[in-house]
Design a protein. Structure first.
Length: 220
């Protein structure tokens, strides 16, 4: 007995609906639940076969609805696209899940190094090492491998490779841009003093030279 595909696209299962015929807000929720990076309005418009303006309006309405309802998650515009995030007020519950018997994804050394890059970018490895007072080559390799930092040209005076944070860094931090980084001014006097004291004592590391022991960062 042949199957009845009346009303469906050729080759599609009986009873299936076209993407354009789906209710927009639930369709957006379904797609955003499975994305592994923020989805742009243009991409969502292509996927759901709707005008970009209609997509943009629906996304903002959803974000407002979640806030009004006090949901445990929120829809945020981050790094050029939209993605679900845990609402900050429920962070203690998430932290308990993540930290309960599990190992943090980045070591303290890696987090400190990433912070220096974020606030000083574009910055060379030797400058990062001067600020931290220890050879950071090993940690920088880890951050590069994880896609949190990337090369950003060379320093004109020395030819040293410069590094900056990536779009993936913004995504993981939940930031729209670097201008949303917390204000660092209250900590600058201490940071500048540490750098002044350590810069002469830390050699300028050549990233192309054979790997040397990374002291405290060897366990990154």
């Amino acid at each position: 007995m042949s199957g009845d595909t009346t009303g469906t696209a050729e080759g599609a299962p009986a009873g299936s609906r076209t993407v354009a015929g789906l209710d927009l807000k639930p369709a957006l929720e379904a797609v955003l639940m499975v994305v592994d990076e923020p989805a742009t309005e243009e991409h969502l418009a292509r996927i759901l076969e709707r005008p970009r303006r209609q997509i943009a309006d629906a996304l903002r309405e959803l974000a407002d609805e979640y806030t009004v309802q006090g949901r445990g998650f929120e829809l945020r515009f981050v790094a050029g696209g939209w993605r679900f995030y845990t609402r900050a007020s429920y962070a203690p519950a998430v932290e308990r899940l993540v930290l309960d018997g599990q190992t943090a994804r980045l070591t303290q050394a890696a987090l400190e190094t990433l912070a220096v890059v974020a606030y000083r970018q574009p910055v060379s490895r030797s400058r990062v090492s001067a600020v931290r007072g220890v050879n950071c080559d090993g940690v920088m390799r880890t951050l590069l491998q994880r896609g949190l930092v990337e090369e950003a040209g060379a320093e004109p005076e020395t030819g040293a490779i410069l590094y900056r944070t990536t779009t993936y860094f913004l995504e993981r931090m939940g930031l729209r841009g670097l201008d949303e980084l917390p204000e660092l001014a209250p900590f600058l006097p201490e940071a500048e003093a540490i750098e002044a004291e350590t810069q002469e004592g830390v050699p300028s590391f050549d990233p192309d030279a054979p790997d040397a022991p990374d002291a405290e960062d060897a366990d990154d």
